[in-house]
Design a protein around this ligand. Sequence first.
Ligand code: E4P
Length: 214
Amino acid sequence: MKFFIDTANIAEITDAYAMGMVDGVTTNPSLIAKEGRGFQDIIKEICEIVDGPISAEVISTDYDGMIQEAGKLAKIHDNIVVKIPMTIDGIKATKTLTEEGIKTNVTLVFSPLQALMAAKAGATFVSPFVGRIDDISSDGMLLVEQIVEIYGNYAFDTQVIVASVRNPLHVLDAALIGADIATIPYSVLSRLASHPLTDKGLKAFLDDWKKAEK
Ligand code: E4P
């Protein structure tokens, strides 16, 4: 299973990369906007740090605009994956970009049939947003189960990125289902490493060590 980090923050990416927990990076317009810096500069800097797929999202909503933006983004670095919204124009753009050899990540996926269309269009990655589904009292991980099953039924190459991860259980469930990737915010990644019994046990060892003969 691969871990991507879901952030555009260089300090977070650098720290998680040092842990060996970053196989790739996903960004989106909201994450870029939070950084208060230029889009291209941020993406270039991420590409210098991480050797793995780096998702950068188009802003256009029409086919021609998406293709034009995708071309520019793909030129930044070989590792760029163009993130395309799950719309009819997005699916057309995914098909064209796949034919041109440009990697894509179809984003904002909320149904298994959307994911099926993304795979049929040749998407490299598909991103079901589990947290946002949970937010409306539905079951985000059920969607991931269904996508993994459908892709398995037909041996699609499209890799499933579990996105909109909000807590460690999302990562656990993604791993149990066998999703290819979870893209994880830095705050959740840090929590994966923590357990109160680890902290308690470590404290006890260190307290006992102070009393030991040396
Ligand atoms: C994924 O590619 C998205 O950037 C992200 O996971 C969205 O997460 P959110 O629902 O927490 O905004």
